[in-house]
Design a protein around this ligand. Structure first.
Ligand SMILES: Nc1nc2c(ncn2[C@@H]2O[C@H](COP(=O)(O)OP(=O)(O)OP(=O)(O)O)[C@@H](O)[C@H]2O)c(=O)[nH]1
Length: 343
């Protein structure tokens, strides 16, 4: 879905969407707003066809058919697009809410004025007093409708807040690893791109890739659950070593990465060496035999970013360093500089 449209055009879609929504049986909420916004934008031929045929059959869309349309045509959007829809809806509802509050205040003032006049006019002319009574009762009805609308808008705003929180949570979950709480590969790739795009990215940005040694054997010998505990223990080390300075992630099954901005290759090597040593000191209880298992090791590769190179080339060089460590017997750190990689 494209959102690169002019403000005027999007305001026009909003206006049309609200008009359509007001004619349906479904309440005003982000889901129906999203359906009608997309309908009004004219972008989704399938959505438009289905809405038109539903309206032809049912006259109005109810909650169920609106939710079905949303799930079928809109729920597949990514978190950013969903966020976009919610943000736009928040603005619309907040604006309407503000106008309603203002209109409510004006109606209250109007009623007060009528009340004051009513007393005076009653003494003068019975007919005028009767018209005044009608005006007062109609104003009271308007006031009641305003209260109801305000109440509905307040619940819409609450619903939007809940939805926003869910989106924030979904976004967070999309970039974190469930087993370790570290960033996952997707999150790391985003962080890496972001970091390398920044003007301060230079040769003092380093990357460490680590891979637990013979991990298949760990799983085969002690079981998958024990393997998970090992992964979690290594993740804790990565987290502790990173602090606020570096970005750590679980890049794959038993593979970890660490991005070190503003760090020399020598410091990165020391960090990698410290990770290696900490992992070699891991000791985990095997719940089946109650014995402590401590022969866990990790191989690591380290390299420095070469200004202008692609993220793939940066990652590949670190990977090359890691596999040199594996090939040389594991449980060690290898550094590859640009010159060595080219050789
Ligand atoms: N317990 C557990 N195992 C996993 C997980 N993800 C991947 N693995 C296992 O990790 C193992 C990786 O094995 P390999 O890629 O063959 O490598 P390795 O045995 O570590 O050997 P080297 O890397 O050459 O030292 C596989 O057996 C996967 O099943 C996970 O989340 N939990």
């Amino acid at each position: 879905m494209q959102y690169e449209i002019s403000k005027e055009k999007s305001a026009e879609f909003l206006r049309q969407a609200i008009q359509h929504m007001s004619m349906q049986d479904a309440a005003f909420h982000p889901v129906s707003y999203a359906v009608w916004y997309e309908y009004s934008s004219g972008e989704h031929a399938h959505l438009i066809d289905e809405v038109n045929s539903l309206i032809e059959k049912e006259k109005k869309l109810n909650e169920k058919s609106t939710a079905q349309l949303f799930n079928k045509h809109i729920a597949s959007l990514d978190a950013d697009s969903a966020q976009n829809i919610v943000d736009r809806f928040t603005h619309v509802v907040s604006d309407i809410n503000a106008s309603t509050i203002k209109a409510g205040q004006e109606t209250t003032q109007f009623r007060k004025t009528l009340d004051a006049w009513s007393g005076e006019l009653q003494q003068l002319d019975g007919k005028v007093a009767s018209h005044m009574g009608q005006l007062l009762s109609e104003t009271a009805n308007i006031q009641q409708s305003m209260h109801t609308l305000q109440h509905q808008l307040q619940s819409s705003l609450q619903e939007i807040t809940d939805l926003k929180n869910e989106i924030v949570k979904a976004k967070q979950e999309a970039i974190s690893d469930g087993l370790t709480g570290l960033m996952n590969r997707r999150g790391f790739d985003l962080a890496l791109h972001h970091s390398l795009e920044s003007v301060s990215a230079n040769a003092d940005t380093c990357l460490i890739i680590g891979d637990i040694d013979f991990f298949k054997r760990v799983n085969d010998t002690y079981g998958h659950l024990f393997g998970d505990k090992v992964i979690q223990a290594v993740a804790r080390i990565m987290k502790a070593v990173s602090g606020d300075l570096y970005t750590a992630a679980r890049y794959g099954g038993e593979e970890f990465v660490l991005l070190l901005p503003h760090t020399t290759l020598e410091t990165a090597r020391e960090v990698a060496e410290s990770i290696r040593q900490h992992v070699a000191n891991i000791s985990i209880k095997n719940n089946v035999t109650s014995k402590l298992i401590s022969n866990i090791t990790i191989s690591l590769g380290v390299t420095a970013y070469q200004p202008g190179e692609s993220t793939d080339s940066f990652l590949n060089r670190a990977d090359q360093a890691l596999y040199t460590s594996k090939a040389k017997g594991r449980n060690q750190v290898t550094i590859i500089t640009e010159e060595l990689a080219a050789a």
